[in-house]
Write a protein that binds this ligand. Structure first.
Ligand code: FCB
Length: 454
């Protein structure tokens, strides 16, 4: 922690310290909760296909049923309301809107999201719509998916349909959720859909995702006059494994890949030169005007924060020559992600100093632990509760440092399908029994509700 952070006063945590305008929410995403994958004309998504490949999902499951939110949404929104949040972040499944990713919209899909949005408004929940939280129509993947520049045009068509249909009621729009994950988990590590393992493809995918973000901003603004549009990035404070010069340089490279590769172009600086040099021929193909489009002004930056990354210099590790190191003696979630709330303050303060976004929203933050249902049916998730508390404290510290942080969304409202892990990793403030679909508010959810009501 630097001296600026140390100078901030620690005070008891109260909602009112965040100001009256602060947005309090929780987040979900379509494929992780909806289920009903064949309902009302929905087409196949890359996750439906990916989950069918043996060995891809830890517990062999898929999102085919998930939380059955497609049918249970009124009760889920009731629960969200009962927590006292005033906003709800959800995502729209593109294959429900256009089964094959292009062409005439599917009325069944549009109606579902229309009802869902009305349900939010009836309950005093401000709708925050994410357009792309990873469930690409499989038909587009069959044409190359995000590696194919034509997907950018398809995304604009989809965005136009959705924003025209919901823009009278939805004013907060997130174009993409975590392009790093789409690109690098989906196209380099291959442990997420579509399961490709190719470095050059991954960088081309980033470029097309960012381009589609920038080009979609005027589309949304045209259809929704009051729209507030942003993108959500997964960002990490990067720490050095040792004070050595070599490890410090490794921090710079890893930060370049994890954070700057996304933030720099969004804020008009183009892709970072040092990383481009390391990439050489792996760098993406860029056409005239692309970088200007990517730098189209957003209204806010969405940040998802979970954990820091600690790196060491390692000449044996590919072109970036960095190796992730696990710090010893630290607290970790069941995912083995390090619990480091100070990292949130460091991260937000750094973004604010370097890029000066006009508004930041923390669009995801949360933790997974092995929850136990007690004999009386309660779930006493004290570790998740303390993760939430400590990260809210770090959120407040960021605001006190001058970060224009305007809202906090807990990940997640419900336990859900956690991608490559399946149902084993529970992140919810609300426990879901996947056999019976019974929902139980956990101690963490009760704490959040109490904090928000006091
Ligand atoms: C984020 C994703 C979200 C969820 C959480 C745990 O990277 O955006 O869907 O999987 O991690």
């Amino acid at each position: 922690m630097d001296s600026r952070q140390r100078s901030v006063q620690q005070s008891p945590l109260l909602r009112q310290q965040f100001g009256d305008e602060f947005i309090w929410g929780c987040s979900t995403s379509s494929y992780q909760i909806e289920g009903a994958v064949n309902a009302d004309g929905r087409g196949e998504s890359i996750w439906d296909r990916f989950c069918k490949n043996p060995g891809t999902i830890g517990d062999g499951s898929s999102g085919a049923v998930a939380c059955d939110h497609y049918h249970q949404w009124p009760q889920d929104l009731d629960i969200a309301r009962s927590l006292g949040v005033n906003a709800y972040r959800f995502s729209i499944a593109w294959p429900r809107i256009q089964a094959n990713g292009r062409g005439k919209p599917n009325a069944g899909g549009l109606d579902f999201y229309s009802r869902l949005v009305d349900g939010m408004l009836e309950r005093g929940l401000q709708p925050w719509a994410t357009l792309y939280h990873w469930d690409l129509p499989q038909a587009l993947q069959d044409e190359g998916g995000w590696a194919n520049r034509a997907s950018v045009d398809a995304f604009l068509e989809y965005t136009d349909i959705v924003s025209r249909h919901l823009g009278d009621r939805v004013s907060h729009w997130i174009t993409h959720n975590e392009p790093w994950c789409t690109a690098f988990l989906g196209h380099l590590q291959g442990n997420h859909a579509p399961g490709i393992k190719d470095q050059k493809t991954a960088f081309q995918v980033v470029h097309h995702l960012l381009l589609s973000h920038g080009q979609s901003i005027p589309v949304i603004k045209h259809n929704c006059k009051d729209a507030q549009v942003g993108i959500t990035l997964s960002l990490h404070p990067i720490l050095a494994a040792s004070p050595s010069m070599a490890d410090q340089a490794a921090v710079r490279r890893h930060d370049g890949l994890r954070n700057r590769w996304f933030l720099d172009p969004l804020y008009g600086r183009g892709y970072p030169k040092d990383i481009q040099e390391l990439l050489g021929d792996l760098a993406p193909q860029i056409q005239a005007g692309d970088m200007e489009a990517i730098a189209t002004k957003s209204d806010f930056l969405g940040v998802n924060y979970y954990f820091p990354e600690v790196v060491a210099d390692d000449p044996g590790e590919g072109i970036f020559q960095t190796r992730l190191v696990e710090r010893q003696g630290v607290s970790r979630t069941a995912f083995q992600w390090e619990v480091f709330p100070e990292g949130l303050t460091m991260l937000l303060d750094g973004i604010n100093q370097n890029y000066k976004p006009s508004q930041i929203y923390l669009t995801e933050n949360g933790s997974t632990y092995d929850d136990v249902v007690e004999a009386d049916g309660s779930v006493n998730d004290t570790l998740r509760r303390s993760y939430l508390q400590s990260h809210l404290q770090a959120t407040l510290q960021s605001i006190q440092l001058g970060v224009p942080l305007k809202g906090y969304f807990a990940w997640s409202l419900l336990d859900n399908f956690e991608w490559a892990e399946g149902y084993v990793r529970r992140f919810g403030l609300v426990y879901v029994d996947f056999e019976t679909q019974k929902r139980t508010v956990k101690a963490s959810g009760k704490w959040y509700a109490k904090f928000l009501k006091e």
